[in-house]
Design a protein around this ligand. Sequence first.
Ligand code: ATP
Ligand code: MG
Length: 452
Amino acid sequence: MISRLIKRAVSSVFSSEKQQAETRPEPVVIPRSAHTVSRANISESALKVLYRLKRGGYRGYLVGGGVRDLLLGHKPKDFDVATDATPEQIRKLFSNCRLIGRRFRLAHVRYGREIIEVATFRAGHAATPEGAAVSDEGRVLRDNVYGSFEEDAWRRDFTVNSLYYDIRDFSVVDCTGGMADLKRGMLRLIGDPEQRYREDPVRMLRAVRFSAKLGFQIEAKTAAPIRELSYLLTEVPAARLYEEVLKLFLGGHAASVFRLLDKYGIFEQLFPEVAESLEDEGGDRKLLLSRAFLNTDSRILGDKHVTPGFLFAALLWGPLQRAAKAYQADGMTPLQAIEHACGGVLAKQVQRVAIPRRFSTVSREIWTLQPRLERRRGRQPFRLIEHPRFRAGYDFLLLRAEAGEPVKELAEWWTNFLESDEEARALALKAVHRPSGRPRRRRRRRPRKAPE
Ligand code: ATP
Ligand code: MG
């Protein structure tokens, strides 16, 4: 009954959408002289694709983040192309092309390491309900329905993501008012926000991501329904959420992303256990996360390597410690307790966000290294620094110290140990034996030779 009601509501939205399509304003063409997108900043591969489409008699546009970022004077992450050629026609045009995607059929054209995504114009599902599959909540399950250029523009998420660079005359075509929003620094969903979030709840994550990345405001109507609809994210497949979570936290703006996710009640949908531990333990726990995000951001800014395993280790540290404490209360050692707690914490989390095993293994290693870093007797520190994940484990220890956990002295000891030469390391080891922390006064015998 309820599902019938919802389906009826959805189909009434379809017909109102159809009427809407008829009253849409004409596209605005901004000539080359009036915008800043220059071919000099478009990758050669993307230009090749556009020119070949044109020579083949098709329309070819650069669209999405590429145009948006160029207009803002940023370097685009990648270039997406939209065309009226079908995937099969695209394949005939490009030998270096692969058709991918179940949800959307897309062509990937590859030049060395660069992939240009070429998509056939699509209609929003609302304009042609026959070709789209919709869940009872209104979520679009399949929307591989080809459409006109304008339909393609109106089915996109934000107005600033719906600007098209036309290779025929180098103009920018704006159907949805994206140019004005871009100038105002405004993120506005195209169409009715609630309906657009119901079709695809990931758009809530995209709103947060672009707002953090571009420093744009989320326009009031676009922001309004997010908190109430954030629960819809639990319907999104965990594998897709994993991809989105990576983009959220590894885009160089994790700190502001986290603030926004928290503000809109989204974080608790993605990481319910973490949200719970933040609520119960407050301050310090949040501090560790904020530090982790700031560190991640500055590493990304400095082009340094970042592993998702570290990120998830930091995110889930609260729930992990909570579980480990319970095991310790049952008489396990700290190491045993952490080893036991890992599995349960990760198993719960991957139901929401499917962290691949190769990364959850890294988180596990980082966690189990924590109690091991406390063992500083004899050869143990030398063995530990040989551990393939030692560096990440040590960085994690520093993070805990920065966040006010009682491991400051331990973290300093390791920093000192790592910075020292062999002789000083031997001294540092000796100091561990003495509660005062002072090295012995009497003359030392020659230190044992350390392994290389
Ligand atoms: P960036 O690549 O910088 O992360 P982008 O805007 O290019 O940002 P992509 O995920 O590459 O984002 O998507 C390309 C374009 O496809 C978007 O700009 C938007 O027009 C459209 N798009 C992507 N995801 C959606 C979605 N969930 N709903 C509607 N349109 C979308
Ligand atoms: Mg893109």
